[in-house]
Ligand binder design. Structure first.
Ligand code: NAI
Ligand code: MG
Length: 358
């Protein structure tokens, strides 16, 4: 198959992990006789430097024409003083919005080899395998008004949803649950927020269409607690944009590092954007310390969701598991008896497994 992939490396460790993602995709192409073509564009802080805007029109047009998009990360202290509409993060929110990427899938799986890397007890982490389905183009991060008022004496952000926006993300979550363990937890704050009460009603309405899936509702504060006390009780979680953002960073603790979590952002069509959950990690940028696994697992999601290449995706996941099994890990993983390697060395080992395993 021929596929055209747009790479948006971004800032900080973004370019480092994007390089690893590209190497893995190339190894898959070589092994399975596909042709993947790559085209890089600017986004975030690097785009501000080059073009004076975090999201150049060129980048949007290229992304719209791609078969899939890979994004590294954006942001950094250099741009922290810029006004809100000029910040690197606007590039990220902008591309999600412009491509209509409303469904953000964030699988969280505790690798057997890394159970000791989590600060949580091994018995708690064991068996954790959940999927957070985060609404990505609405809710608190997009609602208007969002502004300072009254000479800075007042401030407002808005949590707004249209019915159809909730319906489509709930449908996506039910469909994801169907191909997993068939249990859906809808997370909200219905004891306080009107938007959450409507969210709950919609989940209740949709339930009838998916009789094979069991449903529970959970308040977000309770869910935050349960994620670290009984994570293996979750299968699929569906939730509002900001709740999902926060809960997924929390859930990363199960895996031993934020550098392990991949994600896919999907729309109703087939163009998907794949990116690690972590940010640009300015504290380790340029030091070849970045864990490439989140990005590499994101390419597996690309192969599966955008290209329908199930076998290839499994090959990538198996290579990651295999290299971890051999004890190799980057410095962010706190393991006593492993072999600590650089980001590029870990990526090379994973590429090697993809190319040579039978
Ligand atoms: P972060 O995710 O960049 O880093 C948090 C901590 O995790 C740091 O100690 C970092 O070194 C570590 N870490 C993250 N990814 C890692 C990896 N692959 N390997 C090893 N260690 C890793 O979050 P932080 O520090 O809050 O934000 C830094 C910048 O990134 C900010 O400008 C923020 O706005 C931006 N950001 C961008 C995101 C994106 O592009 N999707 C998401 C989150 C933050
Ligand atoms: Mg986040």
């Amino acid at each position: 198959m021929e596929k055209h992939i747009v790479l948006l490396p971004g800032d900080g460790i973004g370019p480092e992990v994007t390089k690893a993602a590209r190497q893995v995709l190339q190894a898959v192409a070589d092994r399975y006789q596909h042709t993947f073509t790559f085209e890089s564009h600017d986004i975030g802080g690097s785009a501000i430097e080059q073009h004076g805007t975090p999201l150049p029109e060129d980048t949007v047009q290229a992304a719209k024409k791609a078969d899939a998009i890979f994004l590294g990360a954006v942001g950094g202290p250099k741009w922290d003083q810029l006004p809100g509409h000029m910040r690197p993060e606007k590039g990220l929110l902008g591309i999600r919005k412009q491509l209509g990427l409303f469904a953000n899938l964030r699988p969280v799986q505790a690798f057997q080899q890394l159970l000791h890397a989590s600060p949580l007890k091994k018995e708690v982490v064991q068996g954790s395998d959940l999927l957070i389905v985060r609404e990505l183009t609405g809710g608190l991060y997009f609602g208007q008004p969002s502004e300072r008022r009254n000479n800075g004496q007042e401030v407002v952000d808005t949590l707004a949803y249209e019915r159809h926006e909730i319906e489509r993300i709930v449908d996506q979550a039910f469909q994801s649950a169907r191909v997993r363990r068939k249990h859906l937890t809808s997370v909200d704050k219905a004891n306080v927020l009107e938007s959450s009460r409507m969210w709950r009603e919609i989940v209740e309405e949709k339930k009838a269409d998916y009789p094979d899936v069991t449903v529970e509702h959970m308040l977000v504060d309770a869910a935050a607690m349960k994620l670290v006390t009984n994570p293996s009780s979750f299968d699929v979680i569906v939730t509002e944009n900001m709740f999902g953002d926060i809960l997924s960073d929390e859930a990363s603790v199960l895996t031993g590092s934020l550098g392990m979590l991949p994600s896919a952002s999907l729309n109703e069509k087939s163009v998907g954007l794949y990116e690690p959950v972590h940010g640009s990690a300015p504290d380790i940028a340029g030091q070849n310390k970045a864990n490439p696994v989140a990005s590499i697992l994101s390419t597996a999601m690309m192969l599966k969701h955008s290209f329908g290449m199930e076998e290839e995706a499994e090959q990538v996941e198996a290579a990651v598991a295999g290299v971890l099994q051999e004890g190799y890990h980057t410095a962010d993983i706190d393991l006593k008896n492993g072999v600590k390697v650089s980001g590029s060395e870990l990526a090379a080992k994973i590429v090697d497994q993809i190319s040579t395993s039978d």
